[in-house]
Design a protein around this ligand. Structure first.
Ligand code: HMG
Ligand code: MG
Length: 299
């Protein structure tokens, strides 16, 4: 039985832009977020509070958030550590996303800590965030594959997810950082997580489209009972510390697939293409989106 509707979490303003070498003006980022909102996306990662030396594109995160944060929407700010959480508190926002890799080699490259060191820092922060009534999403990177260590055992991913679930987090976004998963892997991992994790926990799938399998992986997750998916308008994205990985699956391609299947998303493809049009002149590589290519060719 497939769901009648699914929820899409737009990660374009954060994952989509963090790896972009052109400096994108703050007002363009704000207009991009407004256009994505106009497309009907109610959940979105707006920016991340990370070191501006490590990820210069995110250095205007406070200004972007001040302009766009909507208390009626579920707008996430990413943070990797205590300093990031302090910056989050200063915004007055309600929804935070912490991130951590299953693979310690990746986590070290991404956050300069081993997975266990990041866990030790995150656990008390999460307890405080929950005590303060905040919504806590955890982005679990390298759930299938690590760019430095190769294949990641499903048992390791499941173990890390269970530890965060036990802390009472609200959502886990489980990510194929490098785009190396296949539909069988996706079905098995998400099926196992769905069976093992508490029902109240929101479980979200995050696929990068390096080898063109992201839509197939999303369909496999749907069959495993998942109804929440991260995606990025225009297929932008990639982690600067995951060499070889490309963009996220394009939101408009995901919306097209679901609508063709009769599954509601609440998102307008036309308005999404407007958002992609808006950001396209500012990015240094072509958008990776079937819908964008088809629609623009037809025009
Ligand atoms: P570090 O150099 O080890 O940090 O970097 P540190 O604690 O030694 O501090 C060094 C300096 O950074 C200090 O400033 C700190 O104040 C500052 P200084 O005294 O030199 O002027 N600092 C910060 N500044 C702003 N915000 C902060 C912060 N923390 C320290 N939060 C650090 C450690 C975590 C900061 C660094 O490694 C970093 O910024 N990493 C972020 C990497 C990143 O953004 N990766 C992409 C997001 S994850 C992702 O894309 C995956 C995902 O999409 C899912 C998937 O696909 O897998 C979510
Ligand atoms: Mg990502």
């Amino acid at each position: 039985m497939l769901p009648e509707k699914v929820t899409l979490i737009e990660v374009g303003p954060r994952d989509g832009l963090q790896n972009e070498k052109n400096v994108i003006p703050t007002d363009v980022k704000i207009a991009f977020i407004e256009a994505l909102k106009a497309a009907g996306l109610r959940e979105m990662e707006l920016a991340s509070f990370v070191s501006p030396k490590w990820v210069p594109q995110m250095k205007d995160a406070e200004a972007v958030i001040a302009a766009c944060l909507d208390p009626e929407a579920r707008h996430f700010i990413l943070a990797p550590n205590q300093k990031g959480v302090e910056r989050f508190y200063a915004t007055g926002a309600d929804h935070i996303a912490l991130f951590i890799g299953v693979s310690s080699a990746f986590n070290k490259k991404n956050i300069n800590k081993t997975t266990e060191e990041s866990w030790a820092e995150a656990a008390p922060l999460i307890e405080k965030l929950k005590a303060d009534g905040k919504f806590v999403r955890i982005c679990i990177s390298t759930a299938f594959h690590c760019p430095y260590e190769g294949q990641v055992e499903k048992a390791a991913t499941i173990d890390l997810c269970r530890r965060f679930a036990a802390l009472g987090v609200d959502e886990l976004s489980v990510a194929d950082t490098t785009g190396m998963a296949n539909p069988q892997d996706a079905y098995e991992l998400f099926g196992a997580l769905k069976a093992l994790l508490p029902k109240r926990l929101l479980l979200t799938a995050h696929f990068h489209n390096t080898r063109g399998l992201a839509l197939a992986n999303i369909y496999a997750c749907l069959l495993a009972g998942i109804d929440r998916f991260d995606a990025s308008a225009g297929g932008l994205g990639g982690c600067p510390f995951a060499p070889g990985a490309t963009g996220n699956v394009a939101t408009e391609d995901v919306v097209f697939m679901f609508h063709e299947m009769g599954i509601e998303t609440g998102v307008s493809i036309d308005r999404l293409l407007d958002a992609a049009d808006l950001i396209q002149p500012y990015v240094s590589r072509p958008l990776d989106s079937k819908q964008y290519a088809l629609y623009r060719r037809a025009k």
